[in-house]
Structure formats: structure tokens, C-alpha cells
Design a protein around this ligand. Structure first.
Ligand code: FES
Length: 142
């Protein structure tokens, strides 16, 4: 009887352990989190400021107060605050990392992946970068 019980536990333990360990592995495989380099962008590096001319291409949206752009080439979410200020954020959603599903309502950004909104402020949840504007030249430093 005891030998049968030991044999049962020996055989049953492996599937039980696999089940217990398997649940987190399945969850990890099913997460919707987006890898940082998923979009193929070249993110900012701490050693080099990024200098952009906002009169060029899609960046010209930033010439108008209230204009905004999700600049996926550099993983940046940018909005023109006033004549002298452009606010620049990392476009990685704080929720699960989506970078390409942003909308802007004039005061906050919404990631439509799960409809979370983030204030247009450097004291909010979006990672904010230093940015200075000189004419049409925008200089961004991490
Ligand atoms: S990834 Fe969920 S709201 Fe952005």
C-alpha cells in the first residue's frame, strides 16, 4: 500500500510541477507588451542630443500650437504647447508599451490599445525629455 502511494506521488509530481510552472509561462507568452525595438526605431541615446527641423515633413505639425505628432522613427510623442515650447515624451505607453496607437485631445494623450489617458505634463506618467526650440530647430536631450 505504501509502495503504491509512493509510486503514485512520484508519477503525479512531475505533471503537478509542470502545471504550476506552466501557468506563468503561458501568461508570459500571451502578454501584449510591445518590445522597445518593435517599431525599428532608433531611440534617443543619453550621449547625443537629437536635433530636428520642424519645418520638414510630418514634423511641420509642430509649427502650430496644439499640433502634435507620434514620431515613431525616434519613438517620440511631441506636442506644441505654445509659441516657445514643444513638449517631448517617449512614445512608449506606460501601460503595456504600445507605441503606435496615440490620439491627442488637446490636453491629454490616449493610447487606444486599452484606452488609457495620460496628461500632457512632464510630471505625469509619460517619460518626458528636455526640449528647446530655436526658430524651427528643436533640440531634444534625454
Ligand atoms: S498599452 Fe494599454 S493603454 Fe497603452
Amino acid at each position: 500500500m505504501i509502495e503504491q502511494r509512493r509510486d503514485f506521488l512520484r508519477k503525479a509530481c512531475a505533471p503537478v510541477v509542470m502545471t504550476v510552472l506552466g501557468i506563468p509561462m503561458i501568461e508570459a507568452c500571451s502578454t501584449e507588451e510591445v518590445e522597445d525595438s518593435a517599431m525599428g526605431a532608433t531611440p534617443l541615446t543619453p550621449s547625443e542630443p537629437l536635433i530636428l527641423n520642424i519645418s520638414e515633413g510630418d514634423l511641420s505639425a509642430l509649427k502650430t500650437v496644439g499640433g502634435w505628432i507620434n514620431y515613431t522613427a525616434k519613438d517620440l510623442l511631441m506636442v506644441r504647447i505654445d509659441q516657445a515650447t514643444i513638449r517631448v515624451f517617449n512614445n512608449r505607453c506606460p501601460h503595456q508599451g504600445a507605441r503606435d496607437q496615440w490620439t491627442f485631445d488637446g490636453s491629454s494623450f490616449t493610447c487606444t490599445n486599452h484606452n488609457n489617458s495620460y496628461e500632457n505634463s512632464c510630471s505625469g506618467q509619460l517619460q518626458c525629455y528636455n526640449a528647446s526650440l530655436d526658430g524651427d530647430v528643436l533640440t531634444i536631450t534625454p
